[in-house]
Design a protein around this ligand. Structure first.
Ligand code: GRF
Length: 197
């Protein structure tokens, strides 16, 4: 007998790694609920009090805080993350304000499937504070970059970039606020391009 039921669609499973506020993580979870082809299967944070963990709960995405012990090396910590990911079996890892550098052990498991957003037009202003570095340098235009993650600091292959204007008199918090709004729109749109098109 031929079944009338539609075959179960295999969704593209994403795991988010984030350390802080989580506005990008939230934007991605919001986008994912509107797309039947993708699912955010879990969210992992290295910070116990990160607001992003609450945001995950609001979207019924399982939040996991994974503690880095003082005895952990980068590799042993990444192994802890990998064992949690092994429960959910994501195909893609989405970094959204994740403040740790991923080890080779981790990246080999997800080759070309780890994506990050960085708050500058890379290769300009890599590192911890792209907005502050751009503002202090006096440039009139900065931006954000979605890129694949490799073992370097913000050195992976660029996927897409979006400009952000620096206006006369902008303070760092003005620029960050305007930049984050743009990031929150641009990151899900870029994921849509690479995952669904
Ligand atoms: C963003 O500026 C992102 O580009 C950078 O870290 C910040 C995270 O912000 N990697 P949020 O936690 O997503 O609000």
């Amino acid at each position: 007998m031929i079944s009338e039921e539609r075959p179960l669609m295999n969704k593209i499973k994403l795991a988010i790694l984030a350390s802080g506020n989580g506005s990008n993580a939230e934007a991605i979870m919001k986008w994912a609920v509107t797309r039947k082809e993708v699912e955010v299967v879990c969210l992992i944070s290295d910070k116990k009090k990160a607001k992003v963990l609450e945001r995950a709960l609001n979207f019924e995405v399982p939040p996991h805080y994974i503690k880095k012990e003082s005895t952990d090396t980068r590799e042993s910590y990444d192994q802890k993350i990998l064992s949690v990911l092994n429960i959910y079996k994501p195909q893609w890892i989405i970094l959204a304000g994740y403040m740790k550098i991923l080890s080779k052990v981790f990246l080999e498991k997800f080759e070309n499937r780890v994506v990050n957003i960085h708050p500058s037009l890379l290769p300009s202003f890599p590192g911890l504070d792209g907005y502050a570095d751009a503002l202090n340098s006096g440039v009139k235009v900065t931006g954000c970059t979605v890129h694949y993650v490799d073992e370097g600091i913000d050195t992976g292959k660029i996927i897409a970039q979006k400009e952000i204007q620096i206006l006369p008199g902008d303070s760092l918090s003005d620029l960050k606020a305007r930049g984050l709004l743009i990031e929150n729109d641009f990151y899900p749109k870029t994921l849509e391009e690479i995952l669904l098109k």
